[in-house]
Structures are given as C-alpha cells and as structure tokens.
Design a protein around this ligand. Structure first.
Ligand SMILES: [Zn+2]
Length: 316
C-alpha cells in the first residue's frame, strides 16, 4: 500500500544543495494529527475477526504524542475519527483538556468518493455527535480519510459547508493520491462553492520542484526523506504549511496488527506488511517533528483559519 519510492541518490544530492540555502522565517507550520486507531483500521482492512475491539496501543501512542507536544510547547489540531473516539473516549477528553483543537476526521474512515452526498452527511453527523458529546464543542474543521475528496467528489465541499464546517484540510497534491483535485496553489484559499456559503481549504504542504511533487507535510513520507529536505520543503510550501501525523507514528513500541494465529495466512501476511511499512515511518517521526518545531513556528489549523477569516495575510 505504501509505495512512495526512495528518491535517487543524485536527486537527493541536488535537493540537499537547495536545502542548504536559507529557509523562510515567516513560515508557519499547521500541526495536525489524524486521530485514529491504527490497529482497528488495519484489522478491518485485512478482514480480521473482532476488528473493532479497541486495543491498548492507542493509549500509549497518545501518551507519547501528548508528551512530545508538551516538550515542544506546541498545540495541534486533532482530526478525530468518530469510531476511534467511541472506543477511546477518555483519550479524546484528555486531548481536549490539554488545549488542543478537536476537529473531525469523519466517523467510519470510508473514502469520501465511495459515498453519496447523503451518506457523507450522515458520516459527518455521527462523528460530530460523538465529538460534541465528549468535548462539549463543535468541530470547525474536517479532514477526509486518505485525503479522498477528489475531482469526482468536489460536491463534498458543499456538504461540509451545509453541515456547518468552516474549513477543510483534505487537499494533498501528493503523487500517491489518485484522482486528486489539481492544486490551485499551496496557500490556504477560499473555495468557490456551487450552492453558496463558504469554506476555506488549508492544503497539506507539498514541495514543488519543477514538475516534481515532494509530499513533505506527511509523517508517513519522512521515512524516505532526509530531515534537511523536509525543512527546506516546508519553507517552499508555506507560508502556511500543513503537516499531519498519526498516533501510531509516535508509538514507542513496534506496530503489530495481532490478527491472531487462527487468521488465514493471507490475512497474517497482509497485516505484517502493513506493520513493516508503518514501522519505518514510526522510527523517524519524533526526531523530524523536533527539527520542524525547532525551525518553524507551529500553530493549529483553527488558529490559521481564525487569521484567514479575519482577513489576515498568509504572507506575514
Ligand atoms: Zn485517517
């Protein structure tokens, strides 16, 4: 599934020369976490029995993540998956109590383009009801599972606005995302909606070098990108550079989907492969995040939205 190829050595050397040049001090990094239970999702994906049973991993992952954010003095936006929140309500309450922004990642982690507008609205409402029950506040922002608002599902923006969301953070101009909406630019921008209303789009950071697209904003890519490249790429992708990670990327222990010894061989192999891919990113995430926070000012998506909707310029 994770198939981003390691850049060739000559290309890395060329990019590192660029990286040595000065960055942009005005860049702000929009820090976010897609809050979901990796074990729950991977077990569902490989067809494991009892996949929805909550495991202990998300608790230790969240503890590690919150400790790192405290160490960095950073607040983040947590795009919370409704299904994970119902399995781990105390974790969502703890995240909100620390002052992090709680936004919405949908309820069932189904691709938006696989749903009808009505089903999408229902999924949003289910997640929002869970989030409001646990935190007492209404989420302003949304991020689609796997950035799945594509060219054929632009209608989702109208549904989000109609459901009262103020911003979307699903645009990711990564070569890995098929059917994606061609980026109209790296900057946050107001979307033109067919049915009126307004919605801000706050894209994930992508470094454009010629015709190449380097997705520096996703922690899942950091396993194949040198830290200096990520830092340089964020400077180019800014001035408001969206960044996302997942709790499993902060897990202090290796990921293991534990599908059970009675599972079919294909299920066990599939689960093992997914764990191998994710463990590579897991080893790099804390050090890269420390480097980013040491270099750039981090803010939440909600703070960025507040500045933008008040007429703030993304360049300052
Ligand atoms: Zn997700």
């Amino acid at each position: 599934m994770f198939a981003y190829r390691r850049p060739r050595r000559a290309a890395v050397r060329r990019l590192l020369r660029l990286a040595a040049r000065s960055g942009n001090d005005a860049v702000r990094v929009l820090l976010s976490v897609d809050f979901e239970d990796w074990h729950q999702l991977v077990r569902r994906r490989v067809g494991a029995a009892g996949w929805s049973r909550p495991g202990p991993a998300l608790e230790r992952q969240t503890a590690a993540l919150l400790a790192l954010l405290d160490e960095l003095g950073a607040r983040a936006t947590f795009f919370v998956l409704g299904m994970a929140a119902r399995s781990h309500p105390a974790l969502v309450e703890a995240i909100a109590a620390r002052g992090h922004e709680i936004a919405c990642h949908g309820d069932q982690h189904l691709p938006v383009h696989s749903q009808t507008p009505g089903q999408f609205a229902e999924d949003l409402r289910a997640a929002r009801a869970t989030i409001e029950r646990l935190t007492g506040s209404r989420p302003l922002g949304y991020r689609a599972p796997a950035f799945s608002i594509g060219e054929a599902s632009r209608w989702a923006h109208d549904v989000l606005a109609a459901e009262g969301f103020a911003y979307d953070a699903s645009m990711h101009d990564s070569p890995r995302i098929r059917g994606r909406i061609p980026a109209t630019g790296a900057r946050p921008h107001a979307l033109q909606l067919e049915r009126g209303g307004s919605l801000w789009e706050l894209p994930v950071a992508v470094w454009r070098v010629g015709s190449a697209r380097i997705p520096v904003g996703g922690a899942s890519y950091w396993s194949v990108l040198p830290t200096a490249l990520v830092l340089r790429g964020l400077a180019s992708a800014g001035p408001m550079a969206g960044l996302y990670l997942h709790p499993h990327e902060l897990d202090p222990l290796p990921l293991n989907a534990s599908v059970g010894s009675d599972a079919a061989v294909a299920t066990r192999v599939h689960a093992r492969l997914r764990a191998l891919q994710r463990n590579a990113a897991r080893r790099r995430a804390p050090s890269v995040l420390r480097a980013i926070a040491g270099r750039y000012r981090t803010i939440t998506y909600g703070e960025a939205y507040a500045q933008l909707s008040a007429g703030g310029d993304t360049r300052s």
